[in-house]
Write a protein that binds this ligand. Structure first.
Ligand code: SAH
Length: 209
């Protein structure tokens, strides 16, 4: 079995699950070599639909979760996207397959930010990674059309809401203990309309609330 076959099989499973609605998301997931983002010791499991450790006590989400989150961002090619929690860079690569703009991503652990940037550069993905606390977002490149968090927060940080353009989407695991996947759209008046998309389990967001 080659990695490509394994990947294709995973995409077929995701496609049949009916939880991913956009073809562009499945195509992006089919294009990104997940096995090159995870530690060598776990490369064999890269195309199983499960989370994997990436070092520093952090985990990369299961592929179906990356697919669902990316799907709910409702991305168009021209969209400007902010990610909080780069991790190994896999999810950012999936987003970079869909948009034509630079993807901006903030990572708390400097070593992860550095190795993710290196891997994304190696594969030619247009992703810019900053080491820092994602509670601040990344104001220099705002406004964004979409933002997502890959770490759980009790509440969406205000700076992130502020950095989203009206009509933009935010997807984030929200809650302490029990977390739910929040899907929010910013209205013209600056308020958020919120829906949730089931219970999830993400590492907690670190740093200053
Ligand atoms: N999208 C990632 C998943 C990373 S797991 C991937 O595809 O690999 C969540 C990440 O959020 C971890 O790397 C963790 O270090 C990071 N994180 C936690 N708190 C953060 C914060 N305040 N700001 C930015 N990143 C944070």
């Amino acid at each position: 079995m080659t990695r490509e076959n394994d990947r294709e099989r995973l995409i077929n499973v995701l496609s049949r699950s009916n939880r991913v609605h956009r073809e562009s998301v499945l195509e992006a997931m089919g294009a990104v070599p997940r096995h090159t983002f995870v530690p060598e010791s776990h490369a064999e499991q890269a195309y199983h639909d499960r989370p994997l450790p990436i070092g520093h006590g952090q985990t990369i989400s299961a592929p179906h979760m990356v697919a669902i989150m990316t799907d709910r961002l409702a991305l168009s090619p021209e969209d400007r996207v902010l990610e909080i929690g780069t991790g190994c860079g896999y999810h950012a690569a999936v987003v970079a397959e869909i948009v034509d703009t630079t993807v901006y991503s903030v990572e708390y652990v400097p070593e992860l930010a550095e190795s993710a940037q290196r891997q994304l550069d190696r594969l030619g993905y247009d992703v810019s990674v900053r080491a820092g606390d994602g509670h601040e977002g990344w104001p220099e490149h705002a406004p964004y059309d979409a933002a997502y968090l890959t770490c759980a927060t009790p509440e969406l940080p205000d700076p992130i809401i502020e950095q989203i353009a009206p009509g933009g989407q935010i997807v984030a695991p929200v809650g302490t203990g029990q977390q739910q996947l929040l899907i929010a759209e910013k209205e013209a008046d600056g308020s958020l309309s919120r829906t949730t998309n089931g219970y999830v389990r993400f590492v907690p967001m670190r740093g200053e609330e």
